[in-house]
Write a protein that binds this ligand. Structure first.
Ligand code: CIR
Length: 264
């Protein structure tokens, strides 16, 4: 089996700006501390870079408080990139800001034109399929439009459900290797991962599910020791990254980067 769902030559990140304090959040758990967030972000970028990947760091976009969560703006596949159409009105304009950076690396950059909406936090790409969770941000029309765009590249897209009250599908799961998924029990119980090996987050550590496998590493938010132990015991090279400030905005490891291997 190939491993292009976990091996990447490139990543794109965007620095948090002062306006991040106005970022979207489901529940107010306090104001994010920009200086601490910047330190965590630097730790995250360094960890990606240490795998040998080229990490393109974009400057902060003050007019878009959530713009550091670049994952939601695009789906990057080896064949081409698809610019998303975010369902959060304050985030809609972020996608167009990302497009030129993708056009510099890809021959094929396609766009979700709407009227549907889709955010890539709801998309999990494995070796065999693309899973898309319907959520408050991602609707049936957006999913259908993405399915049509990626079909010519040979991708099978499967619509699944993001658990109610959960921001994105990948808030609750992550691909650990081509066969293995880390998931919360509440998501795994839906049966959507039949045929994959599963590792569940430890009880009370649901917020540990949003990790990323990036080359030989697993980047994981600090503060979830039992789940970290489960991953280490399964043989994964776990790197803990501070996430206390992004967590106040419902953001985690996957949200902070686009990870891909462009064809040129
Ligand atoms: C939002 O609500 O859109 C941001 N505050 C958090 C986005 C997190 N992104 C992700 O899970 N892919």
């Amino acid at each position: 089996m190939s491993d292009r769902s976990i091996r990447f030559t490139h990543a794109i990140t965007r620095a948090p700006g002062a306006s991040v304090t106005a970022g979207l959040r489901a529940v107010d758990t306090g104001m994010p501390d920009l200086a601490l967030m910047q330190r965590h972000h630097a730790q995250y970028v360094a960890c990606l870079r240490e795998t040998g990947a080229e990490v393109i760091e974009l400057p902060a976009l003050e007019q878009f408080p959530d713009a550091l969560f670049v994952e939601d703006t695009a789906l990057c596949l080896p064949e081409g990139a698809v610019v998303m159409r975010p369902g959060a009105p304050t985030r809609l304009g972020e996608a167009a800001q990302m497009a030129p950076h993708l056009e510099a690396l890809y021959d094929q950059v396609l766009w979700i034109k709407g009227p549907g909406t889709i955010e890539a936090g709801d998309i999990l790409t494995t070796e065999r399929e693309i899973l898309v969770g319907r959520s408050a941000r991602t609707d049936a029309l957006g999913i259908a439009e993405l399915a049509d765009l990626v079909a010519p590249w040979g991708y099978r897209l499967r619509e699944v459900i993001t658990p109610p009250g959960v921001l994105h599908f990948k808030t609750d799961c992550a691909l650990l290797d081509p066969e293995t998924i880390l998931s919360t029990a509440r998501l795994a119980d839906s049966g959507c991962f039949a045929g994959y090996k599963l590792i569940n987050t430890a009880p009370g550590e649901e917020a540990a599910a949003n990790v990323i496998r990036f080359n030989d590493r697993v980047l994981m938010p600090a503060g979830f020791p039992q789940t970290a132990e489960r991953l280490a015991a399964a043989g994964f090279d776990v790197h803990l990254i501070g996430n206390s400030e992004c967590a106040k905005l419902d953001g985690g490891m996957s949200c902070l980067s686009l990870r891909f291997s462009p064809p040129r």
